[in-house]
Write a protein that binds this ligand. Structure first.
Ligand SMILES: CC(C)(COP(=O)(O)OP(=O)(O)OC[C@H]1O[C@@H](n2cnc3c(N)ncnc32)[C@H](O)[C@@H]1OP(=O)(O)O)[C@@H](O)C(=O)NCCC(=O)NCCS
Length: 196
């Protein structure tokens, strides 16, 4: 559900981290998004073993539905900042129930880039920017219980399992603003050799 509270600012529109830039999706990104969404290797961990198999008309419909005419974006492309801002993945706000919570999802669309810390870096950078607005208390992310990479990515940012769905196949992980701050303190202590 997208927020109907017009007094709230939009979710962050452009977020930078050490290696990444998260910025609104545009039509120029269509070839990347189409390739990623249609790739069974990318979609299988989320439970779709066939890929979306979108054709150009489907992509056009998607852009009309989620991008065109919007003053503020909820769909973003994750880019490598250097050297050419190459798109490598997608991040989106799936639900916006602020000030309580937003739901999000992400993919790193290039499997050759998995396991290099890009997913957790993007998630942490967006969480930092979102919590800094003071308009959001928590972030949720849904995933299959057997999606080990997504779980590890989320745990590295401070997410914890909130609940396993009744079907036993999916779970919701939650990051509260307080948990994120505590996680950062613990990470700093580990980096300083004060904690293991
Ligand atoms: C989930 C996803 C976004 C993670 O991106 P990423 O850039 O690889 O994330 P990170 O490198 O920050 O973290 C991934 C962690 O999972 C581990 N991992 C990667 N593949 C794994 C696998 N097949 N089995 C177990 N662990 C795996 C990595 O080693 C890393 O953990 P570590 O740093 O503790 O070693 C990416 O794998 C992806 O796009 N998957 C397909 C789509 C998807 O599942 N999206 C999540 C739904 S919200």
């Amino acid at each position: 559900m997208m927020s109907n509270d017009n007094t709230l600012p939009p979710v962050p529109q452009r977020v930078e981290s050490q290696r990444l830039l998260i910025r609104p999706s545009t039509r120029a990104d269509a070839p990347y998004l189409k390739r990623w969404w249609n790739d069974p290797q990318v979609t299988t961990p989320g439970g779709n073993q066939a890929g979306m198999q979108y054709d150009d008309d489907d992509m056009e419909t998607w852009f009309r539905r989620y991008v065109d005419g919007r003053a503020h974006s909820t769909h973003f492309v994750i880019c490598l900042r250097e050297p050419t801002e190459q798109p490598i993945g997608e991040f989106y706000i799936a639900s916006d129930d602020r000030p309580g919570c937003v739901g999000c999802a992400l993919i790193i669309g290039e499997p050759s880039l998995w396991g290099k810390g890009y997913g957790s870096e993007a998630l942490a950078a967006y969480a930092e920017a979102l919590f800094a607005t003071g308009t959001c208390e928590a972030i949720r992310i849904d995933m299959r219980v057997d999606n080990v990479a997504a779980q590890r990515m989320a745990r590295k940012v401070g997410f914890a399992v909130e609940h396993v769905w009744a079907n036993g196949q999916f779970q919701t992980m939650l990051l509260s603003r307080a948990a994120f701050e505590l996680h950062k303190v613990r990470q700093a202590e580990i980096a300083a050799g004060l904690r293991r």
